[in-house]
Write a protein that binds this ligand. Structure first.
Ligand SMILES: [Zn+2]
Length: 481
């Protein structure tokens, strides 16, 4: 139980709230949902596809929404057209605790209109959904943060600490916006003592009779994007050469695609499996609890790698994503290229992995082009024992009771990485319930968010922000209490 504050910040007697995160007044959630849906629709209509990005109009739209709700903000371009928006909701009753950063990104991955069932950049609101690229990843999250911040601001609840909001450019390629903000405007970002970002959601687990699992990303795999280049003699297709650039590349790729990288249970995945085990039937629970045991891996390895998601959690992975070669049907090209999207476990040494890859390719003539930014460093996961984690866990339990909250190692890379690298804990979670089909629309076809889930996200986020800004009784007073 916590003390309830009135709208003007004064404490009226010893009134107690049963629910710590309950807003100080009744919210019109329908109106909040409609505002969020309209703003999200507008964001989706801005085609901030990366590359090239062009995020500034999206940054301005969020900035206008923040200004309209009385929250100070600024749009900052790290490069022409690559706008980021940063806003701050200052503490009303500072208690000495540092700012929390609410992070999202403005850019989206491409969408092929031919393959989608509806136009990917229409932002249509109908049939109970907001449709379009970015609805879940990650414009939806930015919009939810804006609405929740505004509701908290308007509620008049006292806040013991600053909340900072940032929506960045460039996340989908290399995190250029977040990196630029961190290097040039660290103080403006808080400086943050913790970050709440994208990376997890709630889903019901078929293996556990539909029990809901709230996955909060505490760590993530790191991207290692390599390019393989081969050269060879060119010529007319009618007179083949022995070792053409294409032949050499195909041989290398065949070896890579047959290579089974070793299964390895990181400490973060081990902890997640311990928590998940309580939801599983006995045999699956045994495998989950003992996933780190080599004998269990030998006997039940198939089970650990049965789903694409699980497989990616327990090993370094390689996807061959781009092949480039050839100009004409009857011309042997002199150069061929393949791009590898490699995702390393948080504690895999990138240089050591590349040495293993060279052994697998077994051809010194295949050139491995390293990323311009260098190799990704080892970055440990954030601790699950943290007030953001606890607040999300408590509010998701209120929203979707009976679930289990699990710290997860996300398979994708996000901007959280750059904060963890600075020692700032970061937590990835969009408070929505998605099934496998809906979750698969992120970076896939027909991305959309149900309005009921948009409303859930606004409600839960508002309540979590209320919890983590609740002035602490022990902190210094600014005299306004
Ligand atoms: Zn994203």
């Amino acid at each position: 139980m916590r003390l309830c504050w009135l709208r003007n910040g004064a404490l009226l007697g010893l009134t107690f709230c049963l629910a710590a995160g309950a807003p100080a007044r009744g919210e019109d959630w329908q109106a909040a949902r409609d505002r969020a849906a309209q703003l999200l629709s507008g964001m989706i209509r801005i085609e901030s596809v990366n590359p090239p990005g062009g995020e500034t109009p999206a940054a301005r739209l969020l900035a206008d929404a923040l200004t309209g709700r009385g929250i100070e903000n600024q749009v900052l371009e790290g490069a022409p057209g690559r706008g980021n928006v940063v806003a701050r909701l200052p503490a009303t009753h500072p208690d000495g605790r540092g700012p929390i950063l609410l992070l999202s990104h403005l850019d989206v991955v491409p969408a092929d209109p031919e393959a989608w069932a509806f136009p990917p950049f229409s932002g249509a609101i109908r049939d109970g959904h907001v449709f379009g690229r970015g609805a879940l990843d990650d414009k939806g999250h930015g919009v939810v943060f804006v609405e929740a911040l505004a509701l908290l601001h308007e509620s008049g609840r006292p806040r013991g600490r600053d909340l900072v909001f940032a929506a960045t450019a460039g996340e989908e390629v290399d995190g250029a916006g977040a990196i630029w903000l961190i290097e040039n405007h660290w103080d403006l970002l808080g400086p943050p003592v913790a970050v709440w970002n994208e990376g997890g959601a709630s889903t019901s687990l078929p293996e556990a009779a539909g029990r809901i699992v709230h996955s909060i990303a505490t760590g993530e795999k790191r991207s290692l994007w390599l390019t393989l280049v081969t050269h060879g003699e060119g010529g007319h297709g009618s007179t083949p050469v022995a070792d053409s650039a294409n032949d050499r590349l195909i041989r290398a790729l065949a070896r890579i695609s047959e290579w089974e990288t070793p299964i390895r249970i990181t400490p973060g995945v081990g902890l997640a499996m311990q928590r998940l085990a309580e939801t599983l039937p006995p045999l699956a629970a045994f495998v989950a609890r003992n996933a780190g045991n080599p004998l269990v891996q030998l006997l039940a390895g198939d089970r650990l790698t049965a789903s694409r998601t699980l497989n990616a959690m327990v090993r370094d992975t390689i996807s061959i994503t781009v092949l480039k070669s050839g100009l004409k049907h009857n011309v042997i090209p002199r150069r061929a290229e393949a791009r590898l999207d490699i995702r390393l476990l948080p504690d895999t040494d990138a240089a050591a992995f590349i040495r293993m890859l060279e052994t697998v390719i077994d051809d010194p003539e295949v050139e491995i082009v390293l990323p311009e930014r260098g190799l990704p460093p080892v970055i440990p996961a954030s601790p699950a024992e943290h007030e953001i984690f606890a607040a999300i866990e408590a509010e998701m339990e209120r929203s979707l009771p009976g679930g289990v909250t699990v710290p997860v190692q996300a398979n994708g890379a996000t901007d959280s990485l750059f904060f963890r690298a600075r020692g700032v804990p970061a937590y990835g979670f969009l408070p929505v319930q998605v099934d496998a089909e809906l979750g698969g629309t992120m970076h896939g076809l027909d991305e959309r968010i149900p309005l009921v889930e948009l409303e859930r996200a606004v409600r839960v986020t508002t309540a979590v922000l209320a919890r983590i800004t609740q002035p602490s009784d022990s902190g210094p007073s600014d005299g306004k209490r």
